[in-house]
Design a protein around this ligand. Structure first.
Ligand code: TYM
Length: 332
């Protein structure tokens, strides 16, 4: 086994979409054969948007089901709930003591949230990157599978880790890197012609792993397009480029080439392209839907996985916290 430690998580804000899958989850599944992996459900992070207790638990449970449906294996990886690991919060506190207001205020995701939820700009939002750093550093992870939107958070994690090491003159933490199997970090576009597939980007923008075929078809047929190319080989506008990007992730290379060629000859019919994309999406997501349905009712199994993950994650986290407390000068 490779000695690199891998750690990553996803916020439980609803079902997982194809952005989550191609940016993160697909990598989790591939990495578990090669590395020592910790994959968690980021249910502390979701408190920044004040969910109800029912929503918090049900969403976390749903993510666990979808992790397993995608192929995460609890025998290979440690799969756990972030809130089952309070050591993370202790490390979060220590890291917050050396995180500065100016650098936290400059984080893009914070600035976005301030715009999106101006009536709830809480301290948890501001310190989101230190909590995320604590998640990663608690296991001394070196590789963090994430999508492109998390790049800046990883940069901050390295800043906090390096600062801690310098401050206490001990190499406690490695400097972790964002990771994707295909090298470049991925950004899956949405269906509304804007940049990114995401939950908060508005209804119909995201395709969820658990969407029914009829829903997938409807969403794709409504995806934004333009009135079609007018010149041979012209550059595609963003909304068309987005459709081609989606085609590339779920369809065969021949299909992509076929529509690309039609586009370049100004003969493309978006209705045909969308129909093909919808069918390929339905086929791609089919096994997920089946396994999600199967796993959803298996309460005892899910509970067992959560308990087992909690124990394994705790062992690793305890070692780090003991070392951190010692280095800071606390009694263990
Ligand atoms: P979250 O929950 O917003 O997204 C989870 C993962 O999905 C990726 N992702 C995408 N990738 C490509 N294209 C998209 N359209 C797309 N949308 C989402 C994200 O990059 C992410 O990898 N802060 C994290 C959760 C977190 C975490 C951590 C991650 C908390 N602690 C520690 C890694 C390590 C988040 O909100 O991701």
């Amino acid at each position: 086994m490779n000695k690199d430690i891998v750690c990553s998580g996803i916020r439980p804000t609803g079902n997982l979409h194809l952005g989550n899958y191609f940016g993160a989850l697909r990598n989790f599944v591939k990495m578990q054969d090669e590395f020592q992996c910790f994959f968690f459900i980021a249910d502390y992070h979701s408190l920044t948007t004040h969910p109800t207790p029912e929503n918090l638990y049900n969403n976390a449970r749903q993510i666990l089901v979808e992790y397993l449906a995608a192929g995460l294996d609890p025998e290979k990886s440690t799969i756990y709930l972030q809130s089952d690991l309070p050591e993370t919060i202790e490390l979060y506190l220590f890291l917050n003591m050396n995180a500065y207001l100016g650098e936290l205020e400059r984080v893009t995701s914070f600035k976005d949230k301030v715009r999106q939820q101006p009536n709830n700009v809480n301290a948890g939002l501001l310190t989101y990157p230190t909590l995320m750093a604590a998640d990663i550093l608690i296991h001394k992870a070196t590789k963090v599978p994430v999508g492109k939107d998390q790049e800046q958070h990883l940069e901050m994690t390295r800043t906090f880790a390096g600062r801690f090491n310098n401050m206490y003159k001990h190499e406690v933490f490695p400097l972790p890197q964002a990771y994707n199997f295909g090298n470049d970090l991925v950004k899956i576009p949405g269906l509304d012609g804007s940049g990114k597939m995401g939950k908060s980007e508005g209804e119909g923008n995201a395709i969820f792993l658990n969407d029914e075929p009829g829903v997938i078809r409807k969403k794709i047929m409504r995806a934004k397009t333009d009135s079609g190319p007018t010149e041979m080989n012209q550059t595609k506008p963003i909304e068309i480029e987005n459709l081609f990007t989606l085609l590339k992730v779920v369809s065969s290379p021949e299909t992509v080439e076929y529509f690309d060629d039609l586009y370049n000859r100004c003969q493309v019919r978006y209705g045909d392209l969308k129909k093909q994309l919808a069918e390929d999406m339905v086929n791609f997501t089919q096994p997920f839907r089946e396994r999600i349905a199967e796993l959803s009712s298996n309460e005892e199994y899910l509970k067992r996985i959560m308990d087992q993950g909690k124990e394994k994650a705790h062992e690793s986290a305890r070692r780090t916290i003991d070392e951190v407390r010692h280095v800071i000068g606390y009694r263990n």
